[in-house]
Write a protein that binds this ligand. Structure first.
Ligand code: GDP
Ligand code: GDP
Length: 458
């Protein structure tokens, strides 16, 4: 039986468009049992090598807003309950509206796994909504354009843990991701050359010292700093050379705009950060040494990790720190508490104002980039897995052992591993963390986000 995926969301977010894209011309069955499922459409969906049944709840929202609590709710709940996973679709252009919140409440109560999809995300108009969607609390939204077919590779990855592929797992070993528009990143030459400069973004909350740092790195007053900033320069990125290596820096629009839009400061800075992060291979998160690891800092770090970028943390304004031992201790604690998903991340102390520590920072950026690109051979991975299974096998669930059969790394940037497993849905989250940390330690991947997904295969 193929897995069942339900599309849920308020009217007009693009559910039918997504349904049609996934089903294409293969619309096979229309479930029109009167009453209960009257408006529910189902079809056989295909995404890369994934096959599943998709159920569109588009008709359900025809109900009047006031009956949301009634008919529509019951039907949507039924569709959700019957599904293995739900695609909760919101409109990245319109942003989050109260009806979305209604659906979010409904979905939060359900045990069915939820994948948040921010549709209409093509171009720039979707950026703010994307960040708002983040606030719904379902994790990172999959940015999609159902109409233009963009973001389908991300959707593929998000669905991977819940949905089976057509071919036998055995045959899938070395070509785990096919037939979707995943870039063939392995073929790319390393960045740092004139032809392919390393793409870097410097992000951080307002006043952390981003523009000062960028100016110092570039060696000239390209961006105005300080509270009066509001000066425009239109280029998106600037290239420069450092020790014979080429870099390209994203010139965050928010840095320039911020003074003019004070009232929207908080929101804007994160939407801009998202844009910068997507541009970059390596993201430098700038923190203010006097007030590091504030909530917004952690949000930005989380965003970078979720976007899967290489990351370096810059502790700026180090010149102002008097008790450096205490500060260093604080970073150590922060590491334990907040930085688990990028354990071992490089933390560089510096002063953008005085230009101290910039070489160390750029060294760290190239090092993070290398780790991010690391590819580990299938044979080494499986030798490692054999060891894991001896010393720390997965727990038995309902009296049956969960079997991990095989591991492979189909992607880098960031490293992405797939484990073939008999009952992935029963593996505790803690075991996944154990595997990720083990991979990180065993293969020298400190500080990089790591993706691990499962495929069902006995
Ligand atoms: P539903 O009511 O949720 O099923 O939404 P529809 O699939 O009917 O789409 C509502 C409107 O949004 C239609 O006009 C679509 O053409 C449009 N739409 C759907 N997907 C996208 C998209 O990715 N980008 C943009 N810009 N418009 C879209
Ligand atoms: P942005 O909002 O992140 O771009 O921050 P700015 O670069 O505009 O810096 C905010 C304020 O912090 C300005 O007054 C800078 O002069 C100051 N600043 C930036 N970097 C440093 C630093 O390394 N040391 C000190 N002492 N002040 C700094």
């Amino acid at each position: 039986m193929p897995a069942t995926v339900a599309i849920v969301g308020r009217p007009n977010v693009g559910k039918s468009t997504l349904f049609n894209r996934l089903v294409g011309k293969r619309l096979a069955l229309v479930d029109d049992t009167p009453g209960v499922t009257r408006d529910r459409r189902a079809g056989e969906a295909r995404l890369g090598d994934l096959r599943f049944t998709i159920v569109d709840t588009a008709g359900l929202e025809q109900a009047e807003a006031h009956s949301l609590e009634g008919r529509m709710r019951a039907q949507t709940e039924e569709a959700i309950a019957a599904a293995d996973v739900v695609l909760f679709v919101v409109d990245a252009r319109a942003g989050i509206v109260p009806t979305d919140e209604h659906f979010a409440d409904l979905l939060r109560k359900s045990p069915t796994p939820i994948i948040l999809v921010a549709n209409k995300a093509e171009g720039k108009a979707g950026e703010a909504g994307l960040y708002e969607a983040f606030g719904l609390g379902f994790g990172e939204p999959v940015a999609l354009s159902a109409e233009h077919g963009e973001g389908m590779a991300s959707l593929y990855e998000a669905l991977l843990p819940y949905v089976d592929e057509v071919k036998e797992a055995e045959e899938q070993r070395d070509v785990a991701v096919t037939d979707v528009d995943v870039e063939d990143d392995a073929a790319e030459e390393p960045a740092g050359t004139k032809e392919r400069p390393l793409r870097v973004a410097i992000v951080g909350r307002p006043n952390a010292g981003k523009s000062t740092l960028i100016n110092k790195i570039l060696g000239e007053e390209r961006l105005l700093t300080g509270p009066e900033a509001g000066i425009t320069r239109d280029s998106i990125s600037v290239e420069w050379e450092w020790r014979d290596r080429h870099l390209k820096i994203f010139d965050t629009a928010g840095i320039r705009r911020k003074a003019r839009v004070q009232e929207k400061l908080e929101k804007l800075s994160v939407a801009d950060a998202l844009r910068a992060i997507r541009f970059a291979e390596v993201v430098i998160v700038t923190l203010d040494a006097l007030i590091p690891f504030e909530k917004q800092d952690l949000q930005i770090i989380d965003l970078v990790a979720r976007e899967g970028r290489a990351i370096v943390i810059a502790i700026n304004k180090w010149d102002l720190v008097e008790d450096r031992d205490a500060a260093a201790q604080l970073f150590k604690d922060a590491h334990e508490r907040y930085l688990n998903q990028i354990r071992g991340v490089q933390i560089v102390t510096l002063s953008g104002l005085h230009g101290q520590g910039i070489d160390r920072l750029l060294d760290a950026a190239f090092k993070a980039y290398e780790t991010w690109n690391r590819r580990i051979s299938t044979s080494r991975l499986n030798r490692w897995l054999d060891g894991v299974l001896i010393h720390h096998p997965p727990p038995a669930v309902s009296g049956r052992r969960i079997r991990l059969r095989y591991i492979t790394q189909p992607k880098t940037r960031p490293p992405h591993f797939i484990v073939f497993c008999s009952r992935p849905e029963n593996l505790p989250e803690s075991y996944t963390r154990y595997l990720v940390n083990g991979l990180r330690d065993s293969f020298d991947m400190a500080g990089t986000p790591i993706r691990l997904s499962y495929r069902k295969g006995d």
